[in-house]
Design a protein around this ligand. Structure first.
Ligand SMILES: Cc1ncc(COP(=O)(O)O)c(C=O)c1O
Length: 369
């Protein structure tokens, strides 16, 4: 039985005609940069996430970078985030010369722990060497972080909250959609994401009109009111019209795919007996970017999966505070024990909207032993 980890081929076949028509429309009008598809996508994304504005851009990484640039995050600033995430979350902080300050996670949701956040902020305040400026909670594997608690902690010291919703497009938190938390949110359209394109892409969401105007300028080399007027240092962060055309088509089927992902997660939850399955707190809905479980003796289990031909991946084998890229920050093993323990015990199973119950039965059979 062939069980795909993600399944972009089946998805493509289901929308082939609509996709080709959308792509043909771009080829016909030829406005490959800033074409009408980009504006249409931004309107539909904002409507989907429940925000006033969305700014499409070239990747999830740039979607994180652009608001930090707009807020003038710079050397001497501290930006708090989780070490149990993809490198991009902390990389953008370092790119601006600011200092990532890591905060350990909750053991059940793998998301940043609000109490630990408060402790880390107070430590930075006490030490007085860095200015605490912002916090980037990550919605890991598609589950939103606890924004009510995080925003309450952040507000005490006037920190800006930037939601890293790269993995959580379509997720819900207390009746709100991912993308609508914090001062701004960033998502990714990397092909393997719940809403993925056929290449790199991303978007920023916000309700703040002033920030929206600055983000549009940052995305386009610091554009002012005229074509060759540059009022700030920016980047080339645009999303291609062709990519917007692909995403507009995929967005049509996205609500149905989210339902299908939930169905797959429910099958896993009911059938897996020997691993710790993900926790989804009351009032949350995950986008199920990944279905990640915990187990002791992980290598034995992965060997069994390999033998049975079941694809699997480890997100993330090394927390960011132990990555060579951040060696200068001086962190050591033991600094973030919950993240380190998760890194040793976690692995992800196939997750996509086209998995059938028989696939999950087979995976459960191998895992349950
Ligand atoms: C949590 C997180 N943040 C940021 C990114 C960066 O997104 P991109 O690959 O589109 O630059 C990713 C995904 O790759 C991610 O998983």
């Amino acid at each position: 039985m062939n069980i795909p980890f993600i399944d972009l081929k089946t998805q493509y076949r289901r929308m082939e005609d609509r996709l080709r028509a959308r792509i043909d429309a771009v080829l016909d009008h030829g406005r490959y940069i800033n074409g009408p598809e980009v504006t249409e996508l931004e309107e539909k994304l904002a409507e989907f996430a429940g925000t006033r504005f969305s700014v499409a851009c070239s990747s999830g990484t740039d979607a994180l970078l652009m608001p930090l640039m707009a807020w003038d995050i710079k050397p001497g600033d501290a930006v708090f985030t989780t070490p149990f995430t993809f490198i991009a979350t902390a990389e953008v902080i370092a790119l601006l010369g600011a200092t990532p300050v890591f905060v350990d996670i909750e053991p059940d949701t793998f998301n940043i722990c609000p109490k630990a956040l408060e402790r880390e902020i107070e430590t930075v305040v006490r030490e007085g060497e860095l200015n605490p400026k912002a916090v980037i909670p990550v919605d890991l594997f598609g589950l939103c972080a606890d924004y009510d608690a995080i925003e309450a902690v952040a507000a005490k010291r006037g920190l800006i909250v930037l939601q890293d919703a790269a993995q959580s497009m379509g997720a819900e938190y207390k009746g709100k959609r991912a993308g609508s938390m914090g001062r701004a949110a960033a998502t990714s359209f990397y092909p393997a994401k719940p809403l993925g394109g056929y290449g790199d892409g991303g978007a920023v969401f916000t309700d703040d009109e002033n920030l929206y105007q600055i983000l549009k300028s940052v995305r386009e080399h610091g554009l002012g009111h005229h074509r060759y007027e540059n009022v700030r240092i920016g980047i080339n962060g645009r999303l291609d019209s062709l990519q917007a055309a692909v995403l507009l088509t995929k967005l049509e089927d996205f609500p149905e795919e989210l339902e299908a992902r939930q169905r797959v997660a429910d099958w896993y939850g009911a059938k897996l007996k020997t691993v710790t399955t993900p926790v989804v707190p009351e009032g949350y809905r995950s986008a199920w970017a990944q279905y990640s479980v915990l187990v002791d003796q992980r290598q034995n289990v992965l060997d069994r999966l390999k033998e049975a031909g079941i694809p699997h991946t480890i997100y993330y084998p090394k927390p960011l505070h132990l990555q060579p890229a951040f060696a200068k920050l001086g962190y050591q093993t033991g600094d973030y024990p919950v993240s380190e323990s998760a890194s040793r015990r976690i692995f992800s199973l196939p997750m996509n909207p086209f998995l059938e119950e028989a696939h999950i039965d087979r995976i459960a059979e191998v895992l349950n032993g």
